[in-house]
Unconditional design. Structure first.
Length: 105
């Protein structure tokens, strides 16, 4: 009988934690701007830190937010394969309010 009760108690606790985790996943999810992933994929993915950020993803966040100033901060990037495609992509995909992203080559 002791084994049955302990199994029921642990099963109930597990069920309660599962419900709490699924509700937290549903209501506490933070959605990231999809443009960040697109810009990060256009960067060379060296994660060298030469741009002054910890990696390419962090630099992509700054680019999309308009805080990077210039895309040329990415030292391993090339004009034809990195800088121009990023600027063109951001011209085609402005901010949600319709304003352009403040970024230069």
């Amino acid at each position: 009988m002791t084994i049955l009760w302990s199994t029921l108690v642990i099963g109930g606790i597990s069920l309660a934690f599962g419900v709490v985790l699924s509700l937290a996943n549903k209501y506490l999810t933070v959605e990231e701007d999809p443009r960040i992933d697109a810009v990060a994929k256009m960067l060379p993915q060296y994660n060298c830190g030469a741009c002054g950020t910890p990696g390419c993803h962090a630099f992509a966040v700054e680019i999309v937010a308009g805080r990077a100033g210039t895309v040329k901060r990415c030292k391993p990037g090339k004009m034809e394969t990195t800088y121009i495609p990023i600027v063109e992509y951001l011209k085609q995909h402005p901010n949600p309010d319709g304003t352009p992203v403040n970024i230069k080559i």
